[in-house]
Design a protein around this ligand. Structure first.
Ligand code: PLP
Length: 343
């Protein structure tokens, strides 16, 4: 049986076809080490965002970049702050760097920025803000981030993790909300580093490429701390092509928004509460044994994520799939839940 992958927030529509062609075209150059600075991609991103190339660092995915950021800024005795039920790499990266992670309680399944600002002390070096948040799918609108940044002391770097930027921006347009002007913070020299990835809308999770945009001095220290030659020849070629593949990006974000609605309605009709999403996944509180539901869903051919490791032992996260995948998911979920002791 072919397992339908709805557990890792990947792109169900496949990689950008232009990226696939670009990777094929450079296969014969794979005997050479890659350009360590990904100079061409760095320049392309700088032009796109109207910043200096020195303000852009390319990495082998955001997971690697988050670890580099933590290693650059933290030491034993120092701390980073984020929200509870946020991205699982923040605790891993913080602890690997010897720092302490302070996880602030949520407000309504989302980041409580006032509480995070209040938790900052003189040992704090990082605030991780996932916007939208993984796994709850929540979003903090631009005016709240503006207000938050005014309270941040100079010794703290705010990591604005916008891995799901394109999805959120599209939802914001549909919903008439001002989501993010994160790059303006960088242009106006705030202590902010904005993170984006090619893993989601561009469909390149298996290739590993993402980037940070921030203050030139900080970006230069990250570039020195990251693993040499980690962004492969294939990854650089794929990213360069995927940026230009507007048709693939548009198809992904439009389908995602339409299918989010279909899936939320189907799960609500079955009697489950699904949090409003700004990304390509849904957060669903089952109030019961989520790991056993995930196991039975897997046996039925659909992988979903139980959220115990994220601090939500009775909730699941479901990646929004294609129309066909979502239909299979809903049918399997209906059957599994009919026999479950949760609700
Ligand atoms: C909030 C957030 N940041 C970063 C990442 C990791 O992205 P990458 O694939 O570039 O490592 C994810 C992946 O799921 C994520 O949810």
């Amino acid at each position: 049986m072919n397992l339908i992958k709805m557990a890792s927030n990947e792109n169900p529509y496949g990689p950008s076809p232009r990226a696939v062609a670009a990777m094929r075209a450079v296969l014969a150059e794979c005997n050479f080490y890659p350009d360590n600075d990904a100079t061409e991609l760095q320049a392309r991103l700088a032009k796109l965002y109207q910043v200096q190339p020195e303000q852009v660092v390319v990495a082998a995915g955001l997971t690697a970049l988050l670890e580099t950021i933590a290693r650059t800024l933290l030491l034993p005795g120092l701390n980073a702050i984020t929200s509870e039920r946020s991205f699982i790499v923040y605790p891993i990266a913080t602890r690997a760097a010897g720092g302490q992670l302070i996880e602030v309680p949520m407000h309504d399944n989302g980041f409580d920025l006032d509480a995070i600002a209040a938790a900052i002390d003189r040992y704090t070096r990082i605030v991780f803000l996932a916007n939208p948040n993984n796994p709850t799918g929540s979003m903090v609108p631009a005016h709240e981030v503006d207000r938050f940044l005014q309270k941040i002391p100079a010794h703290v770097m705010v990591v604005l993790d916008e891995a799901y930027y394109d999805f959120a921006q599209h939802f914001a347009g549909l919903r008439g909300v001002d989501y993010s002007h994160s790059l303006d913070y960088v242009r106006h020299n705030h202590n902010v580093v904005v993170l984006r990835t090619f893993s989601k809308t561009h469909g390149l999770a298996g290739v590993r490429v993402g980037y940070g945009v921030g203050p030139a001095e900080f970006i230069s220290s990250l570039a020195h701390m990251r693993t040499i030659f980690s962004v492969s020849v294939l990854a650089q070629a794929a990213a360069m092509a995927a940026i230009e593949d507007e048709a693939h990006i548009r198809q992904t974000i439009e389908n995602n928004a339409a299918q989010a609605e279909v899936l939320v309605r189907a799960m609500s009709d079955l009697g489950y509460h699904v949090a409003p999403t700004w990304a390509n996944f849904l957060y669903c509180e089952l109030r019961g044994d989520a790991p056993s539901v995930a196991r039975r869903m897997q046996a039925a051919g659909v992988a979903i994520l139980p959220l115990g490791a994220y601090g939500a032992p009775t909730a699941i996260r479901v990646t929004i799939g294609t129309p066909e995948q979502n239909e299979i998911f809903v049918n399997a979920f209906r059957k599994v839940m009919a026999h479950a002791t949760v609700r």
